[in-house]
Ligand binder design. Sequence first.
Ligand code: PNS
Length: 164
Amino acid sequence: MERLVICPGSFDPITKGHEDIIRRAATLFDRVVVVVGANPEKRGLFTVEERAELIRRTCADLPNVEVDQFDGLLIDYVRRRKAVAIVKGLRAVSDFDYEFQMALTNKKLMADAETIFLTPNSDNMYLSSSMVRQIGHFGGDISPFIPEAILETVRQRMERTRTE
Ligand code: PNS
């Protein structure tokens, strides 16, 4: 049986940190489904569709990676896809509370739901989309943080929102 895992996130936008986790998950499992979920309380830099497209471009060379989007509870999506686990990156200690809470809540909703945490490489330890958005907003260089394949698109969007 194919071992399929779900890599969920808001990915606004995907960073080199996310890319690193997805690439490593793709070597460990048969199929990786990267799913974009939106936080309805937050207005994003990119729409959910755009974020999914940026991930597709970033992972275009990975044949066992699929990109999708979801609404509602993550665990319903996990169930529907018959995934064996949710895979997430765990960066610094500051992530732990939030991620642990989510993993345990998901387990409460679905008893056999497993969350597997991968450690990022040390370059990406402190990287987050919100930091990158902030750097971009104030005109800083985002190239160390954003995958090469989508850098220009992300730069242009940040430029546009700066002048709006
Ligand atoms: O790591 P992120 O980017 O904050 O993850 C966001 C996302 C979309 C994966 C998360 O908020 C989520 O799973 N939302 C769906 C709602 C849900 O299932 N909530 C219950 C688990 S806490």
